[in-house]
Design a protein around this ligand. Structure first.
Ligand code: 3HC
Length: 338
């Protein structure tokens, strides 16, 4: 997928940007591409700060997908039926795939995957706050699909138009899969809501616990978002944190009504003047605590990832040994043929 991005059809002016010109000329060409809402490809010249912020955002996103496998992976062996187990297995596997596309997209920016993974494991890199909350019941798995993946889609659809080609193309496939994830979550919850009183109570309890953390997934309010102004100017982010959050609230209220659950916010009400739902202020202290490593599951999540990485050492060593042997054999064949 990313190798194709090195030769993008219709991208005739790449050579002009890549040519060895002085920085001012290259910056002007980059700016012109931005003004024309064009795409930047890996072989193009780009300002160091653009590269750095892309690596920051794409790698945080990749880490979120990988850590995001854990809260639901925890339920694979306890899914209530074979059908739900097969769906959940496929979904968790998709998240792993998303992480891999995104690490590959970061590598097109000359980032080293080993460095990125080290930064996650040492606690230096961020990943989405939402995956530091526990999945206490089966209903939590449905709510992750409905709300967490629903919020992820709301945030990620605009990224399909991101100015960096490999990231934008990765997001197209990821969003298609996230859409299936959101629907399977809603479907699982609908089945429970049509079940017993105990099942309905379980769904409501899960919605009560996840609603506010999900709203915080969109990031801090615009006024406190340190990166937004620049990333929006560069066409990486297309819609601000608050605007995406509002779109998500507006879309979700009706879905909650269909499902028959109550969103746990007494301040949630239609504002005819704004033509949007109002909602209560969020607990940003909790958000920063979670991001800074002190959420309910931060330590457990990182310890699980580090252990998985360490347990996989022999696989990486075997793959490298196999590649070395293959290279040696091919070199021998070339020598024999010469
Ligand atoms: N969790 C953790 N950190 C967060 C965060 C969150 N929910 N929201 C914001 N932050 C961090 C930012 O990374 C930034 O930290 P940094 O400057 O040290 O890198 C800081 O808080 C300030 O926030 P900003 O608004 O300035 O940051 P951004 O402009 O980068 O916006 C973002 C944050 C909206 C998450 C943006 O990075 C983004 O759109 N990223 C791509 C999508 C993504 O990563 N989603 C994560 C969820 S993936 C997922 O849910 C998987 C799925 O399968 C369910």
């Amino acid at each position: 997928m990313y190798t194709q991005s090195l030769d993008v059809p219709g991208h005739a002016d790449s050579a002009q940007i890549a040519a060895p010109q002085d920085d001012e000329v290259r910056q002007a060409a980059f700016d012109a591409r931005m003004s024309a809402d064009g795409k930047i490809e890996p072989q193009d010249w780009m300002p160091a700060a653009y590269r750095k912020t892309l690596v920051r955002q794409i790698s945080q996103h990749a880490h979120s997908e990988i850590v995001g496998m854990l809260p639901e992976g925890n339920w694979i062996s306890r899914a209530p039926s074979l059908k739900r187990k097969a769906i959940l297995l496929a979904k968790v596997q998709d998240e792993g795939g998303h992480g891999l596309y995104l690490y590959s997209a970061a590598e097109t920016l000359d980032a080293s995957r080993d460095d990125l993974v080290d930064a996650l494991h040492s606690g230096k890199a961020k990943y989405s706050s939402i995956f530091n909350y526990p999945t206490l019941t089966w209903a939590d798995v449905g709510v992750i699909g409905w709300l967490v993946d629903g919020a992820a889609i709301m945030n990620q659809i605009p990224l399909c138009r991101c100015s960096y080609g490999p990231y934008a193309r990765a997001m197209i496939r990821i969003c298609k899969e996230e859409s299936f994830h959101q629907r399977q979550g809603f479907d699982a919850l609908l089945a429970m809501m049509r079940g017993t009183d105990a099942q309905r109570a379980m769904v409501q309890d899960a919605v009560d616990r996840w609603w506010f953390p999900v709203l915080m997934m969109f990031g801090p309010p615009d006024a406190a978002s340190t990166n937004s102004a620049q990333t929006m100017a560069w066409g990486i982010k297309r819609i601000s944190n608050d605007d995406l959050r509002q779109k998500f609230v507006d879309a979700t209220v009706e879905q909650a009504r269909v499902l028959g659950v109550t969103l746990p916010d007494p301040g949630l009400q239609w504002n005819a003047e704004r033509a949007h739902y109002d909602y209560s202020p969020l607990d940003w202290d909790e958000f920063w605590r979670v991001i800074n490593g002190d959420g309910p599951c931060n330590r457990e999540r990182l310890a699980t990832r580090v252990k998985a990485h360490e347990d996989g050492v022999w696989v990486r060593e075997a793959a490298l040994a196999h590649a070395a042997k293959q290279a040696e054999r091919e070199a021998g064949e070339r020598r024999a043929a010469a």
